[in-house]
Design a protein around this ligand. Structure first.
Ligand code: CDP
Length: 793
């Protein structure tokens, strides 16, 4: 696969920071097989746990007989929901103020739900013993179709909850309903569509797991976990298990991909802890692929009905939408608490509207719980998909070019900071500039000419555009929290006496290259080379508190913390240098890596000299400690709003309906760029995700609630065969409020690419009168659309 990235317009302002395209510091250990993932860890005397899962979606548990399993010679414990009830641990709080069964006591509510936990000497014995547990289920009618979940005669799934008389979870609104209706009442054109974003799964390469090591002597629990948020997990464990927080150490080793899947607290993590407490030995639990796909957090599952009000010449005036959100059997969605529908209310996209309103209704169904930000910032992906699909539908109905309609409606540069109609303030953007760069990189006019020629020959070529605005970097903490924990993050920078540095982060990389880019931020600020800077993360005993890595928040939040902590170090270094040079601090000037006397550059001290001075014998000024360390907790003043323009070219086989992505042009703007190579990697990964969701990824259920996407034979993910050579480019519009002007990038491409691909497929099918097709655009669905038939399930 070849990759191109050029930016002929690149100026000094676009300069990446801290040595730019630096090779990743973590890669030497990964490419040599020296990464240390959870399953690489083996503690002395460690036991192994396995979970018995429900084979059905909805059933009453009549009885559980564990006698035979307990008699297995290698089994040390078999734990059921009844056992947990005795410890008050049968239910655990979710991240959305609901509760979830750790092990089912009364009923099972989705296929794959946790029913019993076996602890044995080895993994094989634990799995074998699962077969020896006899569970008698009384099968109940399941709720599978989310549209019927609120019917009066629908079975009630959460009868464990007092006062729950139906499957309703929440109704949540944003925007001004009356003002929006008023615009619709007088609009020249109103266009409506139902757009579905199906249930998909983050499917990280490494599945989830934990090793719990409880020491009964000092009462300390060491918990190795595949977690994106070690500190938040520690706090939740303290609350759930009643253990004091300082007696819990969460270690998150190398993580083989998170994508949101490792934010939640799964029953398996809690069961490993219980297993360790019960047996007095370390217990490892690692799920297999099917367990991961069937029981851990899914993403999306939104049915979105939308109306757009527009003028006949394509000016979009207002958008209104009602969403039914399928949250599965427990509301375990990982969202900031005040936004039960995440950041869906950025569904107004990149356009300057007169009014907007949305309502999201969350419901329970007999499906796995979760609802995570799979490589997106809390439901932004759904929002972007909706608006970008709708804009294309409006363009098609009004017979306008999809590029022209976007140009007509963009928020203009002089409108930033821009207050959108649902309460967000977009920080910065030059949308038209970025969009025109994408059009020119794609050769848009030429592509349209080629398409016209091909259409004349009966060939199906499609060109799809999407322009997205993301909202990433949650907090600020005054209105963003998870379970009451404000979304701020800490960073600590410590310069050793010899001038080498260590940076401790509350965020946790899952492959994004934090060991490199966070060192680059320090390097930029104080001139120590990145190779002399060690980045430490993923250990609550050795890092400052913070909410972790998801929703592309590491750079916007922790990146800010690191920059500010390093600036504190630089300022402190100035006072120490002044003492060493016997001058006043105000007489010093900074150049990268050293303070020197203004007017006499020969009189100066490098950071290494100052670090030694700080720990040495120089008389330090009043109020300056004998170290060169600083710590900051950064509470961002706003989110950052990265954006991008994507153009996808597809060819559809008229004989089979197979979609081939021929070209994909992605122009991203994430403000100040730290490491262009890492950014490209993030974009390539995200684009691949997007092609997967648009064309093949999808977790379906049959009418009994059986999961149809429980293995990689059924849940298809894209490989190098299905993706083109990515053509990437960029513009740089720094965030005005971020300490280094950086916005997040991790998830932009996953957010922005699905609508580009689907828009391209629908564009290819225009000769058949098709104006909408739901994801994934599998050959059978495309074929059915070409025949004018309903979409197959
Ligand atoms: O939170 P997460 O790390 O997933 O997302 P991110 O903050 O968008 O960062 C993803 C990777 O891209 C990190 O290594 C960042 O430091 C890097 N990045 C960058 O080099 N420049 C930016 N403007 C944003 C991110």
């Amino acid at each position: 696969m070849t990759v191109t990235e050029t930016n002929p317009a690149a100026t000094d302002e676009n300069r990446p920071i801290g040595f730019g395209r630096l090779q990743r510091k973590e890669d030497p250990r990964f490419v040599r097989g020296k990464g240390r993932y959870l399953d690489d860890i083996a503690l002395p005397g460690m036991l192994h746990g396995a979970i018995l899962r429900s084979p059905v979606a909805h059933a009453t548990i009549v009885s559980i007989d564990t006698t035979e399993a307990l008699a297995h010679p290698k089994v040390l414990a078999v734990i059921t929901g009844k056992d947990l009830e005795g410890l008050n641990l049968a239910w655990a709080p979710t991240l959305s103020y609901d509760v979830q069964a750790v092990l089912a006591t009364d009923k099972v509510r989705f296929q794959g739900q946790e029913v019993a936990f076996v602890v044995a000497e080895d993994r094989y014995a634990a799995r074998d013993a699962l077969e020896l547990i006899d569970v008698d289920y009384d099968v109940l009618e399941p709720v599978v179709d989310v549209r019927k979940a609120l019917d009066a005669d629908a079975p009630i799934i959460r009868d464990d909850k007092e006062g729950q008389t139906n499957n309703h979870i929440f109704d949540w609104e944003a925007g001004d309903s009356a003002a929006t209706d008023a615009v619709f009442d007088s609009a020249e054109v109103v266009i409506s569509e139902e757009v579905i974003y199906p249930r998909v799964h983050p499917a990280p390469m490494e599945t989830c797991g934990a090793i719990a090591d409880y020491d009964p002597i000092d009462g300390k629990l060491t918990l190795y976990e595949t977690t994106q948020a070690p500190h938040a997990h520690r706090t939740v464990f303290a609350l759930v298990a009643g253990l004091p927080e300082h007696k819990i150490r969460v270690i998150s080793p190398d993580i083989g991909g998170g994508f949101g899947n490792k934010v939640g607290i799964y029953p398996g993590y809690i069961l490993a802890v219980v297993g360790s407490i019960v047996t007095g030995k370390p217990v490892k639990w690692v799920e297999d692929r099917s367990e991961n796909l069937m029981s851990t957090s899914f993403a999306r599952d939104y049915i979105m009905k939308a109306d757009v009000a527009a003028t006949r010449d394509g000016r979009i005036l207002a958008v209104r939408t009602h969403v039914i959100a399928d949250h599965g059997a427990f509301n375990a969605s990982a969202n900031p608490t005040k936004y039960p529908a995440g950041f869906f209310h950025i569904f107004t996209g990149s356009y300057d509207l007169e009014a907007a309103y949305c309502k999201v209704t969350g419901v329970y169904t007999n499906k796995a719980p979760g609802g995570v930000a799979y490589a997106c910032s809390f439901r932004v992906t759904e929002a972007v998909y909706l608006i970008e699909r709708m804009v294309d539908i409006v363009a098609a109905k009004l017979e306008l070019d999809p590029a022209q309609i976007r140009l007509k409606n963009f928020i203009r540069p002089e409108q930033f900071p821009y207050a959108n109609k649902t309460g967000w303030e977009y920080d910065s953007g030059e949308y038209e500039k970025t969009f025109r760069l994408a059009l020119s990189r794609a050769g848009y006019e030429e592509l349209r000419r080629e398409q016209a020629e091909k259409r004349a020959n009966g060939e199906l070529m499609g060109i799809g555009i999407s322009f997205f605005t993301e909202t990433v970097g949650a907090g600020p903490r005054r209105h963003m929290d998870i379970l009451g924990l404000g979304m701020a993050d800490g960073a600590e920078v410590r310069i050793h006496p010899t001038g080498k540095a260590v940076v401790r982060l509350s965020v946790q990389t899952q492959g994004q290259g934090h060991e490199t880019t966070f060192a680059q931020i320090v390097a930029e600020e104080i001139g120590i080379p990145p190779e002399d800077i060690e980045v430490v993360h993923g250990d609550t005993d050795n890092t400052p508190f913070g909410l972790g890595t998801y929703g592309s928040r590491s750079t916007p939040v922790s990146g800010g913390a690191v920059a500010l902590a390093t600036r504190k170090v630089r300022e402190k270094a100035k006072h120490i240098a002044a003492a060493m040079l016997e001058v006043r601090p105000e007489d010093l000037e900074w150049e990268k890596g050293r303070w020197f006397v203004a007017g006499d550059p020969t009189q100066g001290k490098t950071m290494a000299e100052i670090a030694m001075g700080a720990h040495g014998t120089v008389e330090l000024p009043e109020g300056i400690d004998g170290n060169l360390d600083a710590e900051v907790t950064y509470n961002p003043p706003n989110l950052t709003f990265p954006y991008g323009a994507y153009i996808c070219v597809v060819d559809v086989d008229p004989g089979t309906g197979y979609v081939k992505v021929r070209r994909f042009i992605a122009v991203d703007d994430c403000g100040t760029r730290i490491n262009p190579m890492i950014i490209e990697g993030q974009v390539h990964g995200g684009l691949t995700d997007g092609v997967g969701m648009a064309l093949m990824e999808f977790i379906g259920f049959d009418e009994s609630g059986n999961c149809l996407g429980g293995s990689f034979m059924d849940y298809l993910i894209p490989t190098a065969m299905e993706v083109p050579d990515w053509e990437t480019d960029f513009t740089v519009t720094p965030s005005p409020h971020h300490p280094i002007g950086a916005k997040g990038i991790g998830e932009s491409a996953t957010v922005g690419s699905p609508p580009a691909v689907v828009n391209a497929v629908v564009d290819a099918l225009a000769p058949f009168g098709v104006t909408h097709l739901d994801m994934p655009c599998t050959p059978d669905r495309v074929w059915a659309a070409m025949q004018g038939r309903a979409t197959p399930p």
